[in-house]
Design a protein around this ligand. Structure first.
Ligand code: MUC
Ligand code: MG
Length: 367
């Protein structure tokens, strides 16, 4: 079970439909495939999505930090020494998606070695999750049409609507149009990616008071400490910390400081090892949890559903597991299938996914 190699392979797959939101936009999935090999010949995989607008990482930076610092630190350790891996990677600041991809590839290799699905090793609560789809910026009619397509094709009935534009009336009109079109047959929540001030957020939430929102997420920056606390204190829905709380310590700080009342768990930034810590913390603090989407491809989504299905708290709400639908292709030999609004977790060993080598050759940037 000794780790003998850690590879980082950059690849690029275009989006059919770019995703736009208050802090940035994504046109191409320029991710990094991480492969961990053991002396038994087992290979574990995961992917790191660089999100410079959220964590400061870039594709070339992820490849470089894995090659130069992280791979030498973990080669020689056993798949069972995941806390040792975590401790060594933690000596370097930042780089959450690079660290997480290594962590999840190790879990995948461990599952394959033990002939057990990762989701069962983590907790084994259920075998599927309801799916929540993220609607990026567009005009109200186009966003309603997109939601209709997603509902008709995949049976998805929960939508996270990107907000945070100015004027805010454009965003509130989208949410109103969605509620008018679908009535109470869908669940809706909003994510501002820090685009508004606290007072703009409060006004927009008042305008949407009759629209039965589940949550509000990162409407304004957590760094606006007092105004964020003021905002969160007056809302009658849970306020999700996403990019303001990428570590367990951040979750503690934001929640105890009154700047958040719920948390988004993203395996892309906390892997399995630290997502477990965030989950336990959320359970202990009595927080609602949503499995978030780091604009993941299918590999990242397989990781998110494996983790989300493992626990009662993470599988209670619909998880954001469908952003890969906007991509033109992916790397998996057997694509993930969302049906009836749900994504099932694989019952095969590890993450239960297999890389299509022909596709990897087509999309990799290093050959
Ligand atoms: C989300 O939930 O915010 C967009 C920016 C980011 O960091 O993640 C995505 C989705
Ligand atoms: Mg978010």
């Amino acid at each position: 079970m000794k780790i003998t190699a850690v590879e980082s392979i950059p690849f690029a797959i275009p989006y059919n439909k770019p995703l736009r939101f208050a802090s940035g936009e994504v046109h191409t999935a320029e991710h990094v495939l991480v492969r961990v090999t053991t002396d038994d010949g087992v290979v574990g995989v995961a992917e790191a999505p660089p999100r410079p607008f959220t964590y400061g990482e870039t594709q070339r930076g992820i490849v470089a930090i894995i090659e130069t610092i992280f791979a030498p630190q973990v080669i020689g350790l056993s798949l069972l020494e995941r806390e040792q891996v975590r401790g060594r990677l933690a000596r370097t600041m930042g780089n959450p998606t690079a660290k997480s991809a290594i962590d999840m590839a190790i879990w995948d290799a461990l599952g394959k070695t033990l002939d057990l699905p990762v989701t069962e090793l983590l907790g084994g609560f259920t075998d599927r999750m309801r799916v929540s789809h993220m609607l990026g910026f567009d005009q109200p009619a186009a966003m309603v049409a997109e939601a209709e397509k997603i509902t008709d094709t995949y049976g998805i009935r929960t939508f996270k609507v990107k907000v945070g534009r100015r004027p805010a009336q454009l965003d509130t009109a989208v949410v109103r149009a969605l509620r008018e079109r679908f009535g109470d047959t869908i669940e809706l929540y909003v994510d501002g990616n820090r685009g508004w001030t606290a007072s703009e957020s409060a006004r927009a939430m008042r305008e949407m008071a009759d629209l039965d929102l589940l949550f509000a997420e990162e409407l304004n920056p957590a760094d606006d400490v007092l105004s964020r606390r003021w905002l969160v204190g007056q809302l009658d829905v849970p306020f999700i910390a996403d990019e303001s709380a990428p570590t367990p310590a951040d979750v503690t700080r934001e929640v105890l400081g009154g700047s958040a009342t719920a948390v988004s768990i993203k395996t892309a930034r906390t892997g399995f090892t630290d997502s477990r810590r965030v989950h336990h913390l959320a359970e202990g603090l009595g927080l609602e949890v949503v499995m978030g989407n780091q604009i993941d491809g299918q590999i990242g989504t397989a990781c998110a559903v494996a983790f989300g299905s493992a626990f009662e708290l993470t599988s209670r709400r619909a998880g954001e597991l469908s952003n890969f639908l906007d991509m033109s292709d992916d790397l998996l030999a057997t694509p993930l299938q969302i049906t009836g609004g749900e994504l099932a977790v694989s019952d095969r060993p590890g993450l239960g996914i297999e890389i299509d080598e022909e596709r990897l050759t087509r999309y990799r940037l290093d050959n």
